[in-house]
Design a protein around this ligand. Structure first.
Ligand SMILES: [Zn+2]
Length: 342
């Protein structure tokens, strides 16, 4: 799998909807645009084909400078990950790896594409990297960082007061780029969230105009930081439903479970029901261990929490539950004080 490289805006890029985007770009593509300042800002979109807000915000950003007759304030590297999956409104195609799990090395065609992209963008340095996503369940807009670094945190805080620090899953884009420049993932709500596009657009417009990413995380910013500690996974062959309806399902989760995202769930809270006691949910911590026993209790057919957690990314899309996970358990995280130089 190759990366197509363009040194101008490709024909149709600014006007085409994501469901038709394969007509504009046949596969993973890097668009390098020159602005007044360097090094370039890297923007990643459509790593997940069914998450279009990032692409729409990039289109709006480029149109706005074009319509104003203005040069970009800073050079841009725009990476469009998976237009083929976008055309089918899928996270990724059935025969592909997840494009946001391939950035820490590996043998497959997607991994090789990832290595090529890194070679292409890292040559002359990067100002910062922003990977733009939607969530498949209802979540507030938030930023994610993969290391506790004051510039990563400052960059994320320009998007949202809510911030998640996570080191698992492995192989995510923002984690790989964080070795080279301030790097964040931003999650801009559901794909149809009307506030997603204007919010991401104004964030990008602000960052592309910055002379520098501020270094100091200011306590008065009132950031709410969460540490993602484990993901909840279902057995591959199990049948997943929502609401209390056991017929035909192995696991059912409470109705509107995504409404719980970012709110505290106390110990003993109901998560769902299990029909087949031979099957168990897995709760995978940051070291890859199954810690389900620490978090979940089965009481009859009920699945309850053993301890309080703050969930995120809970989804009501059974396909995403299988492809990725039901969601994550988080706890509040106290930021360390940053020195002015760090
Ligand atoms: Zn995504």
């Amino acid at each position: 799998m190759e990366v197509n490289v363009y040194d101008r805006v490709p024909e149709g890029f600014l006007e085409t909807g994501f469901r038709d985007f394969e007509r504009v770009l046949s596969g993973p593509s890097l668009i390098r645009l020159t602005g007044r300042a360097n090094p370039p800002l890297l923007l990643a979109t459509l790593l997940h084909g069914n998450e279009p807000t990032g692409l729409m915000a990039v289109q709006k950003l480029l149109r706005s400078y074009r319509d104003e007759g203005e040069t970009l304030p800073r050079s841009l590297h725009i990476f469009v990950g998976n237009p083929r999956a976008a055309t089918r409104n899928l996270r990724h195609l059935p025969d592909q790896d997840d494009f946001n799990r391939i950035w820490d090395g590996g043998e497959g065609p997607e991994h090789q594409m990832a290595e090529e992209l890194k070679r292409l963008v890292l040559g002359r340095g990067l100002f910062a990297s922003i990977d733009i996503h939607n969530t498949s369940g209802e979540n507030p807009h938030y930023g994610c960082v993969n290391r506790i670094d004051s510039q990563c945190i400052q960059l994320a805080s320009l998007f949202s007061r809510k911030l998640i620090y996570f080191t698992r899953p492995k192989g995510v884009f923002s984690s790989a780029l964080a070795e080279y420049c301030p790097s964040v993932t931003i999650e801009s709500g559901l794909p149809n969230d009307p506030y997603g596009l204007p919010h991401v657009y104004s964030f990008l417009r602000r960052v592309v105009s910055l002379d520098a990413i501020p270094r100091r995380a200011r306590e008065e910013d009132g950031l709410e930081v969460f540490h993602s500690i484990a993901s909840i996974q279902v057995p591959g062959e199990s049948r997943i439903g929502f609401g209390e309806q056991m017929d035909g399902f192995d696991f059912c989760f409470i109705d509107h479970i995504d409404k719980k995202n970012f709110s505290e769930m106390p110990a003993n809270a109901l998560l769902g029901w299990r029909r087949n006691p031979a099957l168990g949910l897995r709760v995978i911590d940051e070291n890859g261990r199954d810690v389900a026993e620490d978090f979940l209790a089965y009481q009859g057919s009920e699945i309850r929490l053993k301890r309080s957690v703050v969930p995120s990314m809970f989804t009501v899309d059974a396909r995403i539950v299988h492809q990725d996970c039901l969601g994550y358990f988080m706890e509040r995280y106290e930021l360390p004080p940053f020195s002015p130089s760090g």
